[in-house]
Design a protein around this ligand. Structure first.
Ligand code: NOJ
Length: 576
């Protein structure tokens, strides 16, 4: 019989991370990602908007998160879901106005929520006025030099300047026609051809983004999630490159050993973030920068969060780790050790608008990074298994010390839409790969708020810019609120307990030596809370005497793909 004393025995624990007293709201914050087009639609056009978000901010407050991060809401031709920005200081007319944004920030403030906005500095939209100026001005001009234009190679410059590809498929260069009608130079776009890369060697570019930071800081935002933070500086010799081209370099990297991709994670990128940190500091210690940096490993990631750079970086190593006890333990431990070495908090992320939702990804036969979207012809996830694992994954993630990110709908256990017809797909990847890679639309479906309403209550007319799957009916917010067995109430309880027990600023010690199912059980303590996650196929009895705080399954034992939070009850006379 295993008792709580097995868990308590100091000899079976290995301390990896100490509880942390450092100041800073973000260090243990839970940040909720809103994808504005799919959160809530107030005007019935089927596209989510800022007033829709403001009207539902109480959902976030009631859930118990600390902040909302909004994916881009700026004017944009929407060639990449708004990550193609035409004006960094305004709001896309379909999503609202600047006053709507002010109202959103004010309402968030009333509810005790901070607002983080998305900054997209690697590229603009080709509809940005600078790009029009670059096309109108001659080669070599300062206007053209704000982007990365080069002459082509081969006879008549008809071949691209080098072999770099686009992350979304196809070539990374597009040739322009010069103002006089002649075939012209080529511009670099690491993403879609409608997203020309900016030239961060140009002082206008540096100055402009400092100004944009100030624009939003003055409006009261708590900080910025920085898109493609690892991509701004390119190796100025623009060498040929045969390595990986995806955003996700982890795991399946085809990087030639010891060679750094000339477009990613260049050392000089860090000087930019040092300058930005100084700008934020002028606004006090509470404003934050968060790096979206798909880099090789945790050590490379830690460089983005050194004390004079950003405050946080998304932990994509964790997101891409296969659902196995040993792999998860290794991944969590490495993250904590590497980030501790620079004094930054870890972040924990399982889902976002770029990856297959965890409730589906973890139901595939191979877990880990997952495919880039799932189509009707692809192997389908086991929904029940995926949801069970996603719930356990949420309890794992929310028990880890550091900051955690929740992607909208993750609190409802929403699955990926896995059979969207090609005609409705909007991710540029779909078109650029001739449909071979279906892309990210399936994780961006408008949220279900009411089970019995058209469009599941997403918009007053029932219109939705992407179709919703039938499975959303049973998962709508109104079906889950108040139901203790629902994923929503699980997450809400987890956030309450996380706060009460101060898990976000807590510790992590592995507990080894429990007899049952050793290799497949992940057990750790964070402060006084014991966390057990069963990644095996057999149920594991709970050590007797442990008092269960929360369970992703029934809570009588730790079933396969379930997690339990528990405490060792104190003797009654301990209280006085
Ligand atoms: C990362 C964003 O998360 C993704 O949605 C976007 O397509 C690329 N960066 C390009 O901006």
């Amino acid at each position: 019989m295993v008792t709580a004393s097995h868990v308590a025995a100091a000899t079976t624990t290995t301390l990896v991370h100490r509880a942390d007293q450092a100041p800073g709201w973000w260090r243990d914050a839970v940040i909720y990602q809103i994808y504005p087009r799919s959160f809530a639609d107030s005007d019935g056009d089927g596209v989510g908007d800022l007033p829709g978000i403001t009207g539902r901010l109480d959902h976030l407050a009631r859930l118990g998160v600390d902040a909302a991060w909004l994916s881009p809401f700026y004017p944009s031709p929407q060639h990449d879901g708004g990550y193609d920005v035409a004006d960094y200081r305004s709001v896309h007319p379909q999503l609202g106005t600047l006053s709507d944004m002010d109202a959103l920030i004010a309402r968030a403030d009333q509810l005790g929520l901070r607002v983080i906005v998305d900054l997209v500095p690697n590229h603009t939209s080709d509809a940005h006025p600078w790009f029009a100026e670059a096309l109108a001005a001659p080669p070599g001009s300062p206007q053209r030099d704000r982007y990365i234009f080069r002459d082509g190679t081969g006879p008549d410059g008809a071949e691209p300047p080098n072999n770099w590809g686009s992350v979304f498929g196809g070539p990374g260069w597009t040739r322009i026609t010069e103002a006089d009608g002649s075939p012209g130079q080529w511009y670099l776009h690491l993403f879609d051809s409608h997203q020309p890369d900016l030239n961060w060697e140009h002082e206008d570019v540096r100055g402009e983004f400092i100004d944009v930071l100030r624009f939003w800081l003055d409006r009261g935002v708590a900080g910025f999630r920085v898109d493609v933070a690892h991509g701004l500086i390119k190796d100025q010799s623009f060498p040929e490159w045969e390595g990986h081209r995806t955003m996700i370099s982890a795991e399946e990297s085809a990087e030639p050993a010891g060679k750094q991709a000339p477009m990613w994670d260049q050392p000089r990128v860090h000087e930019i973030y040092r300058t930005w940190r100084e700008v934020l500091a002028e606004y006090g210690p509470e404003r934050v920068l968060i790096a979206e940096a798909w880099v090789e490993d945790d050590r490379a990631l830690a460089r983005y969060v050194r004390p004079d750079e950003m405050h946080q970086a998304f932990n994509f190593q964790f997101l891409t780790t296969p659902w196995r006890a040993g792999s998860l333990r290794q991944s969590i431990q490495t993250s904590l050790l590497e980030l501790d070495a620079v004094g930054a908090p870890c972040t924990w992320v399982l889902s976002n608008h770029d990856v297959v939702r965890a409730a589906s990804r973890l139901g595939l036969s191979v877990t880990g990074k997952g495919p880039n979207g799932i189509g009707a012809g692809d192997p389908q996830p086991d929904g029940e298994l995926g949801l069970r694992r996603a719930r356990a994954g949420l309890l794992l993630m929310l028990a880890l010390p550091g900051s955690a990110y929740l992607y909208q709908g993750e609190e409802f256990g929403l699955p990926e839409h896995t059979d969207l017809p090609g005609e409705v797909r909007q991710d540029p990847t779909f078109a650029r790969t001739d449909g071979r890679v279906v892309g990210r639309d399936g994780c961006r479906i408008p949220l279900p708020w009411r089970s019995d309403a058209p469009g599941y209550g997403f918009s007053p007319t029932g219109a939705t810019w992407l179709p919703q799957p039938d499975s959303f009916a049973a998962l709508a917010a109104d079906m889950q609120k108040g139901d203790p067995s629902s994923t929503y109430e699980l997450v809400r309880a987890a956030l309450r307990i996380r706060r009460d027990w101060r898990l976000g600023s807590g510790s992590l010690a592995w507990v080894d030596g429990l007899p049952a199912n050793e290799g497949d059980l992940l057990v750790f303590t964070n402060r006084e809370v014991v966390v057990l996650v069963n990644l095996g196929e057999r149920a594991v009895p709970l050590p007797t005497d442990l008092e269960v705080l929360l369970a992703s399954g029934g809570g009588d034992d730790v079933g396969p793909d379930e997690a339990v939070w528990a405490v060792i009850p104190r003797p009654a006379d301990d209280d006085g």
